[in-house]
Design a protein around this ligand. Structure first.
Ligand code: 6R9
Length: 683
């Protein structure tokens, strides 16, 4: 018998939430795949910031100090100068980590959409707000701030006519078309929190998210296009809403113009929008009113609806966009993420627009029609800041740098990285081949829950080391904790888990509908701290290095996937009795998924069955969660008390069966012997 390495195949159909119970204790600690020593061996050099601002680090240090010593003055001033308020706030911040009653700018009233559009009209009516590069090269749409207001208002008025009111949840399942941003902003204008579901999720995953948010409205398009392929979004939504009784209307936007079946609940927006008035007043929102929820995976249980509120989120994403990327007048800012993830929310929509910048939205992939596409986009649109994920950089690296020299990339000043640790080799490639040694590389560490960057270099200010996310943003007080004791590890050249000691404006306020879970996952594991779930190293110069998740969350191509979700998708298959899922290193994706499964009697392992199981996961979650390896086994390695020893499964999947460590607590050592034999047959 051999391990089956399976190729990425098939299409998404649907997804279920995990049924594994929640735990309120500390998550199990295991060192991340990219170990600190590997990173360090490779990264002795410090790079000075290009075009350094005089005394930039001194100013940063003074501002950071002030943000911690006089937080109310720091954030109060920032909030008044960055945002437009309908009513000034009474208090800057209140609450804390004990009960998670954090609130910022209470008493203040504002509207996020007003801040992203209306406030800029006197100076920027004719400036491009959203520059959309379609799936086909050169298919470009430019939406000025003035046009954006009109489009958002028409959309908001249509939503009103369809019954959307302040406080109602609206789900979006959209490709990367400008209307995705327009719909988000229309929701913000009406005070209806949006819940954007990445359009790579299956119908089942979408349904669960619609139902969890009790959403009566779902936005989608007829179809989408990505990398020359068609995404059948409307038909996925049809399947999702079949058993989602809460849904009253599906708002169908025309993207490709394909004829799609329209049912009783479906509304053809192309017929409705031209009738709408292109102005719609803004709802007045309290600072702490919800702006949106966004589902994300955790180490256990079902995906959580991470909840962000209006003022703090907007202020913080605005400030981080400005400082991380050194925004200047006339810049073309390109974050090539998807709006279905937090990076798209914060750095395609809210952060750039609150700054009055031109935000590029990219519908395609780095490989379509060839691996020069990013650089073609940079050249044609004279992009000044470019923000992508290490997985894309590694994929492009594997194609060689030659194609880059066909393009003029001289407009670029800042190159950002996000989503996973960037290996020093990829960092240097990005710096040398794309940045030509003249751009600032900003590796930004943050999470759905943090709302915006928490650890990052500031453009033209912070020196960098390849693979390190350097230092905290204003108001962020990091701590390295001993994972077992929870004690803070002080000094430099230390390792542990990364936590934060005080709230900041864009910290997620709760898990929608389940504050206990919010406490248990983020604030209870280490009392007095926000726990990130990531391992970290603070080197001898005080630079921070993220070493990856220390819990059961995988990061596949920058996509966060809970092992529990994959396991519950697998056990829904009639052939599977038990499943245990771990990650293993992948040269491009960072991590890939390995599933160990035991079969119900009567089923035997076969290539067909293994393929079916891969499809099972793609169907229940989405194609991006497809396992790279499925291993049939007569049993899972368990302790005598019945706990699965994932540490052992991880080692075997990583090809380190010779370093299993202590196996004395195993109930049945022969199971591990069998698995190791399988591994050896593969290697
Ligand atoms: C923004 C985003 C969050 C997890 C996070 C960590 C990993 C993100 C990183 C990084 C090292 C970076 N992560 N950025 N690890 N260096 N610059 O990706 O949010 O999808 O919630 O993922 O991603 O493990 O905990 P999200």
């Amino acid at each position: 018998m051999r391990f089956a390495r399976l190729l990425v195949i098939g299409l998404p159909l649907s997804a279920g939430f995990s049924v594994r119970p929640l735990v309120s204790k500390r998550p199990p600690y295991h060192p991340a795949p990219l170990s600190m020593s590997e990173q360090q061996q490779d990264a002795p050099k410090t790079y000075p910031p290009p075009n350094a601002v005089p005394d930039g680090m001194k100013t940063y240090e003074a501002m950071h100090k002030q943000s911690l010593e006089e937080p109310d003055t720091f954030w109060g001033d920032a909030a008044r100068s960055t945002l437009k308020w309908f009513r000034d706030f009474d208090r800057v911040s209140q609450g804390g980590f004990d009960t998670g009653d954090v609130a910022w700018f209470t008493g203040g009233q504002l509207n996020a959409c007003y801040n992203c559009i209306d406030q800029h009209l006197p100076q920027r009516a004719k400036q491009v707000a959203i520059l959309h590069e379609g799936d086909e090269p050169g298919v470009v749409t430019k939406i000025t701030y003035e046009d954006l207001l009109g489009q958002v208002c028409r959309m908001a008025n249509a939503m009103k006519e369809l019954g959307v009111k302040k406080g109602d949840f609206v789900t979006l399942y959209m490709p990367m078309v400008p209307e995705a941003a327009v719909a988000m902003l229309a929701c913000a204008r009406l005070g209806a929190p949006h819940s954007v579901v990445f359009a790579g999720f299956s119908a089942e995953a979408l349904r669960d998210r619609i139902v969890d948010a009790n959403s009566k409205w779902v936005f989608t398009t007829d179809e989408g296009r990505r990398g020359g392929k068609t995404l059948h979004l409307k038909s996925i939504v049809d399947k999702a809403v079949e058993d989602a009784d809460c849904v009253e209307k599906v708002l169908v936007i025309t993207a490709t113009g394909a004829k799609v079946p329209m049912g009783k609940r479906d509304v053809q927006m192309s017929e409705m929008l031209p009738r709408m008035r292109p102005y719609c007043p803004c709802e007045t929102m309290d600072s702490e009113d919800l702006l949106f929820i966004l589902y994300t995976s955790g180490s256990t249980g079902r995906p959580k609806g991470v909840a962000h509120t209006t003022a703090g989120y907007l202020l913080y994403t605005g400030m981080t966009t400005k400082h991380a990327f050194g925004l200047e007048e006339g810049d073309v800012f390109a974050c090539v993420a998807d709006v279905g993830w937090i990076t798209g929310h914060s750095y395609i929509v809210y952060g750039p627009l609150v700054n009055g910048a031109t935000s590029l939205m990219f519908e395609s992939t780095p490989m379509y029609p060839n691996h020069g596409r990013y650089w073609d986009v940079v050249q044609r649109h004279k992009v000044t800041q470019f923000y992508t994920a290490p997985t894309a950089i590694r994929a492009l690296m594997s194609c060689g740098p030659e194609i880059i020299s066909d393009y003029d990339l001289s407009s670029l000043r800042v190159l950002g990285s996000v989503g996973e640790p960037i290996n020093p080799e990829a960092w240097r490639w990005y710096n040398e081949h794309v940045g030509k040694g003249k751009c600032h590389i900003v590796d930004t560490f943050w999470q759905t829950e943090t709302g915006g960057h928490v650890m990052l270099p500031l453009a033209n200010v912070t020196p960098t080391k390849p693979g390190s996310c350097s230092f905290p943003f204003f108001g962020i007080e990091p701590a390295v904790l001993n994972a077992q004791t929870g004690e803070e590890v002080t000094g430099n050249d230390v390792e542990g888990v990364l936590a934060f000691k005080r709230p900041w404006p864009s910290l997620a306020r709760t898990v929608y509908g389940d504050h206990k879970r919010y406490m248990d996952v983020y604030l209870n594991p280490y009392k007095g701290y926000y726990f990130t779930g990531d391992g970290c190293h603070r080197d001898s110069d005080g630079f921070y290095w993220i070493t990856g998740r220390v819990d059961d969350v995988l990061n596949v191509s920058g996509h966060r996937i809970g092992t529990a979700e994959v396991e519950s998708a697998l056990v829904l298959h009639p052939a599977v009795s038990e499943a245990a899922v771990v990650g293993f290193p992948d040269p491009i994706k960072g991590q890939a998924i390995c599933c160990y499964v035991t079969f119900v009697s009567g089923y035997t392992e076969s290539p067909e069955l293994l393929k079916e199981l891969v499809k099972q996961v793609a169907t229940h979650i989405g194609p991006f969660a497809r396992p790279g390896m499925i291993v049939g086994t007569p049993g899972l390695p368990k302790t005598r008390s019945g706990k699965i020893m994932r540490r052992i499964l991880r080692k075997i999947a990583e090809g380190e069966a010779d370093k299993l460590g202590d196996t004395s607590t195993l109930a049945d050592p022969s199971i591990v012997e069998g698995l190791v034999e399988k591994a050896n047959a593969l290697l």
